[in-house]
Write a protein that binds this ligand. Structure first.
Ligand code: FAD
Length: 389
């Protein structure tokens, strides 16, 4: 094995090595480089080509299902950080990110929509989330593209969306401008472990020695040797479509039970997404596209005349309990930042903030115990980390 890779400018070892150049690895690199740390990001390809590219970019702390209630506080903090985070990334990079803070609207079609509406509003208010009930006609005044079949709707006026492809590119430019070194075409094979310490990363033919090692390889994290016990993530495929409609205008993110529609500043309307557990398979399928298109046309019937501009699929990093995996491990210097599943774009600012706090101060400003990488080891051993001594 050749000598350890070092900082190309100083010739010294890096302070932090990050495995994975998605939105999460890039944002962590930016935050740490701004603190004056020597940071390196290693990606096996050009950064930002996996889930962070495939995403819809919705920034909504509202839980899509009961399992996501555990992340609401973290998500609220991240959504609140977003305006400042975007301003910083745009200023450092000189690039735009397509951040749209126009709210989201959840459409209800069922016959018992009224009851459903009051349950959803009560749930949101109980979680401290802003949500307003809307009659069907009021919802259609706001969004005339919505179907006549609509029974009622929920408006979440503070929610937002962002063009995740632009965001990821801008974050990497900002990280680079802040002094981080980005190494594309650098596959990480595993962690460099010595006793109870992580000394850095193993690349295919070299080692990278660092004080801190961060694993941010998305759904591929568990394929890195020595990582799977801390980050047993698996891919959850999502298929997406981009449409363009000349006569139809959508302002806000629209949701139904089956699909979401996300308007972009360039006039495209994204429709998504399937959730499929089919391994590392990113093929777009007829059945997947049919499902998304049917849901999109049901929600906004005028889309039947839209042009189909692009279809794609990406792999979300899902964990056993569907919660993110954040924080230190029982190996000194090894930190996880993965498992963000359906909320990685939303959770980017808070993830970068917390990992930066941990690495620079060894304490964090938000309770993140629930997301500890050690929870899987406890589960495997049948013990609770929170059991009284
Ligand atoms: C269809 C779809 C829709 C989504 N919609 C939303 C949404 O609306 N809102 C939201 O908040 N989230 C959404 N998500 C989820 C979000 O996109 C992800 O949670 C987030 O992008 C994860 O970012 P990441 O940086 O952890 O992973 P990734 O973006 O997957 O990055 C991981 C990186 O690691 C690299 N890598 C892998 N293996 C290695 C290795 N051995 N060595 C070096 N590098 C390696 C990869 O090349 C990649 O660049 C969606 C995801 C999908 C797929």
């Amino acid at each position: 094995m050749s000598p350890a890779r070092t900082n190309t400018k100083t010739g010294k070892p890096f302070d932090v090595a990050i495995a994975g150049g998605g939105v999460i690895g890039g944002a962590i690199a930016m935050e740490l480089a701004r603190e004056g740390l020597h940071v390196a990001v290693f990606d096996r390809q050009k950064p930002g080509q996996e889930a962070s590219w495939a995403s819809a970019g919705i920034i909504s702390p509202a839980p899509e299902n009961p399992g996501m209630i555990a992340t609401v506080e973290l998500a609220k903090r991240s959504a609140a950080l977003y305006p400042g985070f975007v301003a910083l990334v745009e200023e450092l990079s000189g690039q735009t990110t397509g951040y749209r803070r126009k709210g989201t609207l959840e459409a209800l079609f069922s016959r018992d929509a009224k009851e459903e509406l009051s349950t959803i509003i009560a749930l949101h208010h109980g979680l401290g989330l802003k949500a307003e009930p809307l009659r069907a006609e009021d919802a259609r005044d706001l969004e005339p593209a919505l179907s006549d079949e609509l029974e009622a709707a929920v408006l979440r006026p503070d929610e937002a969306s962002i063009d995740n492809r632009l965001l990821t590119a801008a974050i990497f430019e900002a990280a680079h401008c802040s002094g981080a070194e980005i190494f594309p075409a650098s596959r990480v094979t595993g962690i460099w472990r010595e006793g109870s310490r992580c000394r850095g990363l193993l690349l295919e033919n070299e080692k990278v020695e660092t004080k801190w090692t961060v694993i941010a390889a998305g759904c591929f994290s568990a394929t890195l040797e020595g990582v799977s016990a801390y980050a047993p993530v698996k891919p959850a495929k999502g298929q997406m479509i981009a449409l363009r409609a000349d006569t139809l205008q959508i302002e806000r993110v629209l949701w139904s039970e089956n699909v979401y529609l996300v308007p972009r500043n360039d006039g495209r309307i994204l429709a998504g997404a399937t959730v499929e557990y089919v391994g590392f398979d990113k093929r777009v399928t007829a059945g997947g596209i049919e499902k998304v298109l049917a849901g999109a046309i049901e929600l906004a019937p005028g889309l039947k005349d839209a042009r189909l501009e692009e279809t794609w699929a990406g792999l979300r990093p899902d964990s056993a309990d569907h919660l993110p995996i954040l924080g230190p491990t029982d190996l000194a210097g090894l930190v996880m930042a993965t498992g963000h599943f359906r909320s990685g774009i939303l959770l980017t600012p808070v993830t970068a903030r917390l990992i930066r706090e941990w690495i620079t101060e060894q304490k964090v400003s938000t309770d993140w115990d629930r997301f500890s990488p050690l929870r899987f080891q406890s589960a495997a051993a049948g013990v609770s980390r929170h059991a009284p001594a």
